[in-house]
Design a protein around this ligand. Sequence first.
Ligand code: FES
Length: 151
Amino acid sequence: MNLNRRKLLSWFGLGWLASLLPSSLIGCSEATTPTASSPAPAPESVAAAPSGSFKAIGTVAQLDKAGSLLSDDKQIAVVRDPQDAKKLLAVNPTCTHNGCTVAWTAASKEFLCPCHDAKFGANGAVNRGPADKPLKRYIAKIENGQVLVSV
Ligand code: FES
């Protein structure tokens, strides 16, 4: 009797595992696997993981007029990618040296820190110290004339 119960439980265990298999295969196959006919789209900009929702920072017209956008809470700065103006780059403008807010300088296409003159590229990379870590990056995109950033 004990052996039969053990066999029965093992069959239930296998059945339960088997029931999970099809749904996990579907979850992996269509949404995440690019095919030859439909390759995965490249992100508009490389940044933090695309988790969370997108937040509107401003309009494309505002971005193009001012050259950069800064969110109301000053935690996100967006500029056009100097390498490809169709793409956007978004960073946290908080300097990684001591926390001052960096400002976009259109002439040199860099973020400049007013406190100790660190410079960061449009992609947040350190161009000049004393900062030694890049600015945090976010994913940005344009949708219906709005500049959206993943937060
Ligand atoms: S706080 Fe930015 S360089 Fe020091």
